[in-house]
Design a protein around this ligand. Structure first.
Ligand code: ADP
Length: 412
């Protein structure tokens, strides 16, 4: 069974096609600059077909899906003989609100309920819906499944999801912690439970998804019991461009300083803050490491570079905040069996893993510095020091595979 997985953003649309008999990826691609001019990169993974990487006119998501279908079925770049081979489409949907606690087959009623989540994710849900509607129009009759970023965190208890603000905002407006990156936290926690080999019952895991966006989750018995992102993906640890948790009064203070609306001040917290805001260098951890004079692949000092102090500070603030969250999750879990790193930074930055774990020795968490500098090859790597029993693992994430698996499970 072949499944198309779609991750639609406001001006981009990422896709992968899986052969679910083998869980092999047979094509990946990205439509970029939708609504501006348009570009498509399509990479067939098998059968020696060409890579397509050229500007394509993409006025909307509808044209993007048409262009993807054309490439998937074409003589030169194609991976299926006909569109009939695609038996289902799985869509990443950023917010499921209170209503969606698991993946679901899309119908009119579900579309309406997803639309109602727009107030909670006004930038993301309209883009997700454009992707879904474009697929329904382009591949009619093929089942479409929605997989929600928030769903895995639907198990977190009230004391973790209620904000200390007037209760009416929860009751009337659904303002509560939802959390995001759920498919990633779910995938890596399941992999970790498999690795620990004792079953889910009794396990205590902290998962750190450290990418451009970043979040941590506390996972007990295989279920999320707390997570660092909130009603929106702005809370928690500092991120590439997002501030994470700060004194909420800063919003009004910035608005007054700049003479802008509070909405524009929140945009500064979303787009100009985090490690970019502190360092003034970049949102990319490789650039910041280099500016700080640290080789991001092994933590060695780069000769001849005068370390940029703000770049160093950005890395320090980041590591400090991640460690603080791990400490608090250690407490609510009542101890820890495994600490897990994933996503761009978590999988690829040995110095950042080391900086974070340096704070955690008092909890009995220690890594083997020599194993830590391995090169990511997509496998699970155990970087635990021989001195400790709490496992520290690097588990490469695969959100698209989770979406494809859920899609198959629902369609079948
Ligand atoms: P997202 O999916 O949130 O866009 P990713 O999980 O792909 O992000 O992570 C992207 C980030 O990973 C980049 O911004 C970069 O900072 C970081 N990254 C990738 N490779 C490395 C590396 N070798 N060292 C440090 N950081 C890295």
């Amino acid at each position: 069974m072949k499944v198309l997985v779609i991750n639609a953003g406001s001006s981009s649309l990422k896709y992968q096609v899986f052969n679910m008999e083998t869980e092999e990826i047979i094509a990946v691609g990205l439509c970029d600059r939708i609504g501006i001019d348009g570009h498509l990169k399509h990479t067939p993974m098998s059968n020696g077909k060409e890579v397509f990487n050229e500007p394509v006119n993409l006025p909307s998501h509808a044209e993007a899906i048409s262009a993807v279908i054309e490439k998937l079925t074409s003589e030169e770049y194609g991976v299926v003989d006909s569109l009939d081979e695609i038996k289902a489409v799985g869509h990443r949907v950023v917010h499921g609100g209170k209503k969606f606690t698991e993946s679901i087959l899309i119908n009119d009623e579900v579309l309406k309920a997803i639309t109602e989540c727009t107030t909670l994710a006004p930038l993301h849900i309209p883009a997700n819906l454009m992707g879904i509607n474009a697929c329904i129009d382009a591949i009619p009759g093929v089942p479409q499944v929605a997989v929600f970023d928030t769903a895995f965190h639907s198990t977190i208890p009230q004391q973790a999801y209620i904000y200390p603000i007037p209760y009416k905002y929860y009751e009337a407006n659904d303002i509560r912690r939802y959390g995001f990156h759920g498919t990633s936290h779910r995938y890596i926690s399941e992999k970790t439970i498999e690795y620990l080999g004792k079953g889910a019952a009794g396990t205590r895991i902290v998962t750190c998804h450290l990418g451009n966006g970043a979040s941590l989750a506390a996972i007990k018995d295989g279920k999320s019991i707390d997570t660092s992102l909130g009603v929106t993906p702005l809370e928690g640890i500092p991120m590439g461009t997002r501030s994470g948790s700060i004194d909420p009064a800063i919003v009004e203070i910035i608005a007054n300083i700049e003479g802008i609306s509070t909405a524009d001040a929140v945009t500064i917290l979303n787009k100009e803050s985090g490690v970019l805001g502190i360092s003034g260098v970049s949102s990319d951890f490789r650039d910041i490491s280099t500016a700080a004079g640290i080789n991001s692949s092994d933590g060695s000092v780069i000769e001849g570079v005068t370390p940029n102090e703000r770049a160093k500070l950005a890395l320090e603030v980041y590591a400090y905040n991640v460690a603080k969250f791990i400490g608090s999750y250690f407490t609510i879990l009542g101890g820890l069996d495994a600490l897990v790193f994933t996503a761009g930074v978590g999988e690829n930055s040995p110095p950042m893993r080391a900086m974070i774990c340096n704070y955690l020795q008092c909890l009995g968490i220690e890594i083997d510095e020599n194993v830590n500098i391995f090169r990511n090859n997509g496998e699970i790597v155990d970087i635990t020091s021989p001195n400790t029993t709490i496992k520290v693992l690097v588990v490469p994430t695969n959100e698209e595979l989770v979406i494809a698996r859920d899609t198959v499970a629902i369609v079948q």
